[in-house]
Design a protein around this ligand. Structure first.
Ligand code: MG
Length: 536
């Protein structure tokens, strides 16, 4: 969209607003609106804002940025802002419309929907960005993540590559304890209960004390169900959770193309009942529902020598620090002995794509240079360097799409020489990174779930990440969820600790329905049907 169109669209809002905008535009562009700022050598200037993690070095210290500047034939002015500062600046920036030419990890497709005219529609310019075009051709789900129902693309997604596909949620058990006790990895809840009883009573850590925590679970969060929630046991019942992000945290799930809310299902009831039984038998800590998360994470590290934890939900074996070698990831155990293993599933979250990586201001002046910057960022070699660090200091290019990550790249967790998962780029499927400890750690635990991922359809049995609500529906759902989740989370915690779910169930369901649970299901079904029409 050109600056002229922005003025035209905004003119509908009122004459006064139009006058102010016209003055502003005249002030910054002179008589020719296509004429942008240049440096002393006549090279166009492109301003790029990057929202960085505080554990990353500034953009100007990343050598690969010089390659982007060479590729665009322009001068790039990098500006870094951290998450806290950006949290305060973002809305005023959107309201003013005064954006950097390019913004990285600053805006989402939802922002673009709420502020029409602020962002350039990139869809008509893909021919000027062949790397982005190739990304979309090879990964249609990445395009769906950001595309509006009208086919506009205001924000580009990123891909860290297929090495990051799969969930961020994993069930991990102390294999050294199983071996010590002569037990196998449990495949059903009944077997799991017996394993946890042995963990509790048979001193598997061998220190002569009954200090083992058989199954440590994380307290429920206040905003919904999410990372490492004990409700991951829903997958044991055949309900696919998606706890990395999205509406799964408020109970939304999909089965055979039909949206539901698991908060009012028999499966949810059986998970809560099972967790209560485990707590009542001392197999889950009594204070699990009130313990803060740092204490929970510290339990896993123990004293670094003697493990105290038998089973958790977490990210990877690195969660256990120096004790990592004792643990393995395990598939979800079946809730019921009579269930077919083919009906047991695992969390359907995904770490490969993100939807909020690069936006271009509708008012950017040096558009040709902007397209070249964006295309360079999405090239293979620049993407690889955004993810792991500059070549040759931190990464070597070994040819034929193979790279080696040097230990220096990941050496200091407080000073990453890269954008890591914040990259605005695309790692194609043929690319491999030797020495990439982050993706190797993920594969080690996530590949355990390959069969359980195959037990369901990625469109018919889960909410694809690209399904989004309209701004109006988003508000309705959020308002309903305030009441739904307040009540559901409070009752779930209470039932895990004290029991009583059977007596209170009918009243609970009625109260959630009165709070708008069904309306939210209808809204998500409508969005699901709209966005998956071409994908099923
Ligand atoms: Mg012991």
């Amino acid at each position: 969209m050109t600056a002229r169109k922005v003025v035209a669209r905004r003119a509908a809002a009122g004459i006064a607003a139009t006058s102010i905008l016209a003055l502003t535009l005249a002030g910054c562009t002179g008589s020719n609106e296509n004429e942008g700022a240049t440096d002393a050598d006549g090279r166009p200037i492109v301003k790029v804002l990057v929202v960085q993690n505080t554990n990353q070095v500034p953009m100007t210290e990343m050598a690969w940025t010089k390659q982007v500047q060479d590729d665009c034939g322009c001068t790039i002015q990098w500006e870094s802002v951290d998450d806290t500062a950006w949290g305060q600046q973002k809305n005023p920036t959107l309201a003013s419309g005064d954006l950097a030419d390019i913004s990285i990890r600053a805006f989402s497709p939802t922002d673009a929907a709420q502020y029409p005219g602020v962002f350039e529609d990139l869809a008509p310019h893909l021919a000027a960005m062949p790397n982005v075009q190739a990304f979309f051709d090879q990964k249609p789900d990445a395009r769906r993540l950001v595309e509006t129902p009208e086919g506009e693309v205001f924000v580009l997604p990123s891909s860290r590559g297929k090495a990051f596909s799969g969930s961020g949620q994993h069930m991990m058990i102390n294999k050294a304890w199983l071996d010590e006790l002569g037990l196998d990895v449990p495949t059903t809840w009944d077997e799991l209960t017996k394993v946890l009883e042995a963990f509790k009573t048979k001193d598997p850590n061998g220190n002569g004390k009954a200090d083992e925590i058989p199954f440590n679970i994380r307290a429920l969060e206040t905003g919904g169900f999410g990372w490492y929630s004990p409700m991951l046991l829903l997958n044991s019942t055949g309900i696919v959770t998606q706890f990395n992000k999205g509406p799964s945290g408020s109970g939304i799930y999909v089965h055979d193309g039909t949206v539901g809310n698991y908060l009012v299902t028999d499966e949810f009831r059986s998970v809560v009942t099972y967790l209560h039984d485990l707590m009542a038998e001392g197999l889950v800590p009594k204070d699990a529902m009130t313990k803060d998360s740092s204490a929970y994470y510290n339990d896993q590290l123990g004293d670094g020598k003697t493990a105290r934890t038998g089973l958790i939900f977490g990210w990877s074996l690195d969660d256990f620090g120096d004790l990592a070698d004792q643990y393995v990831a395990m598939p979800a155990p079946a809730a019921d002995d009579s269930m077919s293993p083919d009906d047991v599933v695992w969390d359907g979250s995904d770490n490969e794509f993100e939807n909020n990586k690069l936006a271009v201001s509708a008012n950017a002046q040096n558009k040709d240079a902007v397209w070249k910057v964006v295309d360079s960022l999405y090239s293979e070699t620049v993407s690889a360097q955004q993810l792991y660090g500059s070549i040759p200091d931190f990464v070597t290019d070994d040819g034929d799409h193979q790279y080696t990550v040097k230990p220096e790249a990941l050496a200091d967790p407080n000073k990453y020489p890269t954008l890591t998962d914040r990259l605005a780029g695309w790692i194609p499927d043929e690319v491999t990174f030797a020495g990439a400890k982050d993706s190797e750690a993920l594969r080690e635990v996530d590949d355990v779930y390959t069969d359980q991922y195959d037990n369901y359809d990625p469109v018919l049995d889960k909410m694809p990440d690209y399904v989004r609500l309209s701004a109006e529906d988003e508000t309705t759902v959020a308002n309903n969820n305030t009441a739904v989740l307040n009540f559901a989370l409070q009752k779930t915690s209470e039932w895990i600790m004290k029991g009583g779910i059977d007596e209170q169930w009918d009243d609970y369901v009625a109260q959630l329905e009165a709070a708008g649970l069904d309306q939210n299901v209808e809204i998500w079904q409508k969005a699901y049907d709209q966005y998956t029409a071409d994908a099923k």
